[in-house]
Write a protein that binds this ligand. Structure first.
Ligand code: ATP
Ligand code: MG
Length: 281
């Protein structure tokens, strides 16, 4: 049973930056993705949601050049592309921020900022760079995202989880990312830190970046998302514009609907005061 897809007319108005059509990915007998189509537009946040094992990571690994789809087509800025590695994706301007962030905690913020960005366009290798300029660029770029760092020489390890995510996002944007893929950036963060990261996601969107946000948390996705792609068992269950999807409905869909009602009922009755299991059975 597929939910209705209300995005087709809107999609025609604004062509997608990145699009996959009917892609499938198999791991031996496991069908990780089946006939998945979705798109990402510039200046929009596409939220990718779904339960454990739904295929979210497989989909973003396909989008970021880690996996090649077994079936289907990948289009970037309107043309079919075949990517052989994450470097190919990065060269096109598709940057992925993984949870471990690939940052070096003992290294300074400015060094981390310039770390590993060689393949993107317009980058001058570090050895041709003067250090004071690198520090200034780091400070200015982070400032544009609203991150006020006291000292670019401060080791990245001294930043909070949310600040580190924010530095990774600012770095990807500075080095020319057109598409920014974020795999559960708020998963390990408290409310305040998650809020900071979500604010930078909005900044990236306003700067014209197409953002893909993967999260388990509908309350993180909803305020920042423009459309919501819901994966279930490797297939697209639905792709909803925010206008067409009230928050309670999103929560219900993500939680597995009826299953959650049953679970809530069970937990509530189990937790009721005075309900003591007879000792010794
Ligand atoms: N390299 C692999 N080899 C074999 N099976 C895999 C591989 N990667 C993923 N799978 C399988 O594909 C399915 C989708 O996995 P995927 O990691 O994409 O899910 P997910 O939505 O990211 O889940 P989670 O929320 O738990 O991270 C799962 O059944 C998983 O076991
Ligand atoms: Mg995953």
């Amino acid at each position: 049973m597929m939910a209705t897809n209300g995005t087709n007319t809107a999609a025609a108005e604004n062509t997608a930056l990145l699009e996959v059509q009917h892609i499938s990915k198999f791991f031996g007998h496991v069908i990780a993705l089946q006939d998945v189509s979705c798109f990402v537009r510039a200046g929009e946040v596409t939220c990718l949601l779904g339960d454990n094992g739904a295929g979210k990571s497989t989909l973003i690994k396909t989008l970021s050049g880690v996996h090649r789809p077994d079936e289907g087509e990948y289009r970037f800025e309107g043309s079919p592309v075949v990517m052989h590695s994450p470097r190919d994706a990065l060269a096109l301007g598709i940057a992925t921020v993984y949870q471990d962030l690939a940052m070096i905690p003992l290294m300074s913020i400015w060094r981390n900022f310039f770390l590993g960005s060689e393949p993107t366009r317009g980058f001058v290798p570090l050895r041709w760079f003067d250090v004071s300029r690198a520090k200034r660029v780091t400070r200015v770029e982070l400032g544009k995202m609203g991150i006020d760092i006291r000292d670019p020489d401060q080791p990245v390890g001294t930043l909070s989880g949310g600040e580190r995510q924010s530095v990774a996002i600012a770095r990807a944007i500075h080095f020319g990312a057109k598409v920014l893929i974020l795999d559960e950036p708020t998963a390990a963060l408290g409310v305040k830190q998650a809020g900071i990261v979500l604010r930078y996601i909005v900044q990236a969107k306003h700067r014209g970046v197409g953002v893909i946000l993967i999260t388990h948390n509908p309350y993180h996705a909803y305020p920042v998302g423009d459309h919501f792609v819901i994966l279930r068992r490797g297939q697209v269950y639905g792709d909803f514009r925010k206008e067409d999807l009230p928050l309670p409905q999103l929560v219900q869909m993500m939680a597995g609907g009826a299953d959650l009602d049953v679970l809530t009922h069970e937990l509530e009755s189990a937790a009721r005061p005075g309900r003591v299991e007879p000792a010794g059975g």
